[in-house]
Design a protein around this ligand. Structure first.
Ligand SMILES: *[C@@H]1O[C@H](CO)[C@@H](O)[C@H](O)[C@H]1NC(C)=O
Ligand SMILES: *[C@@H]1O[C@H](CO)[C@@H](O)[C@H](O)[C@H]1NC(C)=O
Ligand SMILES: *[C@@H]1O[C@H](CO)[C@@H](O)[C@H](O)[C@H]1NC(C)=O
Ligand SMILES: *[C@@H]1O[C@H](CO)[C@@H](O)[C@H](O)[C@H]1NC(C)=O
Ligand SMILES: *[C@@H]1O[C@H](CO)[C@@H](O)[C@H](O)[C@H]1NC(C)=O
Ligand SMILES: *[C@@H]1O[C@H](CO)[C@@H](O)[C@H](O)[C@H]1NC(C)=O
Ligand SMILES: *[C@@H]1O[C@H](CO)[C@@H](O)[C@H](O)[C@H]1NC(C)=O
Ligand SMILES: *[C@@H]1O[C@H](CO)[C@@H](O)[C@H](O)[C@H]1NC(C)=O
Ligand SMILES: *[C@@H]1O[C@H](CO)[C@@H](O)[C@H](O)[C@H]1NC(C)=O
Length: 500
């Protein structure tokens, strides 16, 4: 079976590992990329019981819990230091009823509770760190009912510089979490330092692979050095990294994620106001396509309709939560003169390069494929992608895939209308809105089961077909993405699969 899949070009190493139950830290969690909310991007240190519980309630009311966002994660600045016996203590002004109460309240809503600590002597906000206190802190978190730990990298006492040093430091908390007996999703936040994509799969459920994100699409900032073009060997991961800076840094590592262990491109900025709607759509789509953790970072309680309709897009979340766990791969990136409206990249190479276009594609469950055409330039442009390039891993133009015809489903054409989103937000409830064809309830039925049943809302809107040997073409607006699911219509592979 493996051989025939290989011949069909559908196989990513991660799919095989998952099928065999190998790979990933053995806590059974994050079989698909984790989804949730973290307060940092919108609130920084301004944390409280009230913020977490009211946000969790809105996540339920707005249908976000049932869209799959199950973790509510408290970031830095919750601590008041250590008690005399050495255990961490929560700030009683911010958390007057204690942390176990927060966990209970979130659990009562059918959600899970995450917390933050640091593999250093201090957290980034300069509260007590957990280095040297791994066991006692893991026990404290488990005792409070914590289900998720984001584990940062500040003030690490210089314990970095080789993969082994960093591995050992992060493994201590991994072992300590395991020893509690409570399944706790372990989210490493070490900013790509010492190449976590090489070694973190067996100790953690996810690892940050870049410096911190900022709410900007593609602005260059000296505090976030390295664009990803150099290959990733960035001594200073930095912060204030734009969404596209991080996406480009991810491009060499699509094969490193797998069920149970994911690349984390950092929390989403959707809804925080620093990007246009088009840019947020691109940011969200690509985080889903490369199987990043999907952690919302906006103020859920002050969300507008367009933010809700991005975060709840069922056809894109179905890509994120696809069973194979295969990341999309950047197949090509071309630079075009900004006023050149053709996609003849050969002609454009080197001729006053200003606008950039990229094509990403990847395998999905059942032989489907994701394709994303990105326009990073300042003007709308027609982008063309051939089946030969989309399926280059399968053998390019000679592959069965390129010699088959495909149905094309637009992942954004069924976006929830503003009118429906506004009804939800005004009523604090999904029940008054007509969500037929624009929303998926993952609590009722998983994205994977929905895709297996060919639920139209998860496939996207059927917008056409590509003939064997053909191309996908679309006008793509500036900073936009044309994102589609391809499903095979007819071809040698389709016949072979139907016979199985
Ligand atoms: C701890 O690790 C063992 C061995 O890898 C695994 O079988 C077990 O499920 C883990 N327990 C928890 C709570 O993560
Ligand atoms: C999703 O389905 C569950 C289980 O049927 C139900 O309790 C919940 O209210 C539904 N959520 C939404 C937003 O429709
Ligand atoms: C606890 O929180 C309050 C209110 O935000 C703040 O004034 C105080 O400094 C915090 N205490 C510690 C020890 O951080
Ligand atoms: C340590 O002290 C804290 C705060 O006083 C208390 O809640 C906790 O139960 C103590 N733990 C142990 C192991 O004594
Ligand atoms: C590019 O081509 C499209 C479709 O042919 C056209 O609508 C658009 O105006 C052109 N844009 C520029 C900048 O030439
Ligand atoms: C693209 O431009 C190159 C260089 O000018 C030319 O050789 C090639 O034929 C063009 N291809 C298409 C499809 O127009
Ligand atoms: C929705 O929730 C907000 C915040 O709790 C509240 O101010 C508002 O009155 C609620 N609206 C409705 C219709 O219940
Ligand atoms: C809900 O929306 C769907 C899809 O647009 C439509 O077919 C259906 O008639 C609507 N139902 C109601 C009750 O308005
Ligand atoms: C774009 O794709 C179409 C097929 O859809 C093809 O005929 C055309 O030659 C392509 N254009 C370029 C410039 O590659």
């Amino acid at each position: 079976m493996v051989q025939s899949l290989l011949n069909a070009g559908l196989l990513f190493a991660s799919g095989v590992l998952a099928a065999n139950g190998v790979g990933g830290v053995k806590n059974g969690l994050a079989r698909t990329p984790q989804m949730g909310w973290d307060n940092w991007n919108a609130f920084g240190c301004d944390v409280s019981e009230e913020l977490l519980i009211s946000t969790a309630n809105r996540m339920v009311d707005y249908g976000l819990r049932d869209a799959g966002y199950q973790y509510v994660v408290l970031d830095d600045c919750w601590s008041a230091g250590r008690s005399e016996n050495g255990t961490l203590v929560a700030n009683s002004t911010r958390f007057p009823n204690g942390m176990a109460h927060v966990a209970d309240s979130i659990h009562n809503l059918g959600m899970k509770f995450g917390m933050y600590a640091t593999a250093g002597s201090l957290t980034c906000g300069r509260y007590e760190g957990s280095l040297g206190y791994e066991e006692v802190d893991a026990q404290t978190f488990a005792g409070w009912g914590v289900d998720y730990l984001k584990y940062d990298n500040c003030y690490n006492e210089g314990q970095e510089g080789t993969p082994l040093i960093t591995y050992n430091r992060y493994k201590r908390m991994s072992d300590a979490l395991n020893a509690t007996g409570r399944p706790i999703l372990y989210s490493m936040c070490n900013w790509g330092t010492d190449y976590p994509w090489k070694w973190a799969q067996t100790v953690a459920n996810s690892w940050r692979m870049s410096g911190d994100i900022t709410d900007n699409f593609n602005r260059v900032d000296p505090r976030c050095p390295c664009s990803g073009d150099e290959g990733y060997d960035c001594a200073l991961p930095g912060f204030h990294c734009s969404a596209m800076n991080i996406l480009n840094k991810m491009a060499p590592y699509p094969d490193k994620g797998q069920p149970g262990a994911w690349n984390d491109l950092d929390m989403l900025e959707v809804g925080n106001g620093g990007m246009t709607d088009t840019e947020y759509v691109t940011h969200f789509t690509m985080w889903a396509a490369v199987k990043s953790a999907m952690i919302m970072g906006n103020d859920i309680r002050a969300m507008d309709a367009k933010t809700l309709s991005i975060l709840a897009n069922p056809a894109v979340l179905a890509i994120s939560q696809d069973k194979t766990g295969s990341s999309a791969v950047r197949r090509w990136r071309y630079y075009l003169p900004n006023n050149d409206n053709s996609s003849n990249a050969t002609a454009a190479q080197g001729s006053g390069t200003i606008a950039e276009i990229q094509m990403w594609s990847g395998s999905l469950e059942g032989g489907d494929a994701f394709v994303g055409l990105l326009n990073l330039g300042d003007e709308a442009i027609m982008i063309n992608a051939s089946l030969a390039d989309i399926f280059v891993d399968a053998g390019g133009s000679h592959s069965e895939e390129a010699q088959s015809s495909w149905d094309v489903y637009d992942l954004w054409a069924n976006r929830m209308p503003d009118s429906a989103a506004n009804i939800i937000i005004e009523a604090n409830s999904t029940s008054a809105a007509n969500l037929t064809g624009v929303y998926w309830n993952n609590t009722e039925k998983s994205y994977a089961d929905g895709v297996a049943e060919e639920a139209p809302v998860l496939l996207g809107k059927h917008v056409g077909t590509v003939e064997a040997g053909g191309s996908i073409s679309s006008m793509v607006e500036s900073h936009g993405v044309y994102a589609v699911r391809l499903r095979m219509r007819a071809g040698p592979s389709k016949r072979k699969r139907d016979e199985l």
